[in-house]
Design a protein. Structure first.
Length: 215
């Protein structure tokens, strides 16, 4: 492994040796650290500026795609068998071990520019939004058809999620909570009843969830 000058494509600095065959490389936001997927289920964290391997370990799953959080502390991992998990890059341990998320290959995991969330998308056609720090799942949807391969990427505004399907369709999803509430209100056309509120929210005081639609 070595850095390459973007203009001349010439190697910069010393070559870094890793234990295994490199099959994919992902750049970290700091401009000097890269995450390398190796054959099997191994990965390595490399400081190209220092010329050292800072961490190397087995993930326990076969990674299909990874992404580094904007602050460089988290690694979202999507597996070939559909699991998604989050690693603390400072300790090399799982913040949230891989859990079943998609019914087959994870095509992409992608952090939002602010690192608050990340999205996973897969061959099953589903897109799932996750907490970027804890790895907790937040919401899932199928923007196109079932089993239509999808790849999702956040846009620079931090909340618009661009979703491309293998069938040629493109969707833009607003991931902000207020947008999801507005969408739910449009579909429902009314507020929650007191019973629905109790079942979904619990003992918190009732209030209108969709004020424009009346009581």
């Amino acid at each position: 492994m070595f850095r390459v000058d973007a203009d001349t494509l010439s190697p910069v600095g010393d070559r870094v040796e890793v234990d295994g065959t490199v099959r994919a490389v992902f750049a970290a936001p700091d401009g000097r650290t890269v995450l390398v997927l190796l054959t099997g289920d191994a990965y390595a964290s490399i400081d190209l500026a220092a010329g050292t391997v800072t961490h190397q370990d087995d993930l326990g799953v076969d990674p299909a795609w990874v992404d580094v959080s904007p602050d460089g502390t988290r690694l979202a991992v999507g597996a070939t068998t559909g699991e998604v998990g989050v690693i603390d890059l400072r300790s090399g341990t799982w913040v949230r071990p891989p859990v079943d998320a998609h019914r087959s290959w994870v095509q992409r995991v992608a952090y939002a520019p602010d690192g608050v969330n990340f999205a996973s998308s897969g061959n099953d056609g589903e897109v799932t939004l996750w907490d970027g720090s804890t790895g907790e799942p937040l919401a899932s949807l199928v923007p196109g058809g079932q089993n239509v391969w999808t790849a999702a990427e956040f846009q620079s505004d931090g909340h618009a999620l661009l979703i491309a399907g293998r069938d040629g369709t493109v969707h833009v999803l607003d991931t902000r909570l207020e947008s999801w509430i507005d969408r739910a209100c449009v579909v429902a056309g009314r507020n929650l009843t007191a019973r629905e509120w109790a079942e979904a929210i619990g003992d918190r005081p009732y209030h209108e969830t969709c004020p424009p639609h009346g009581a």
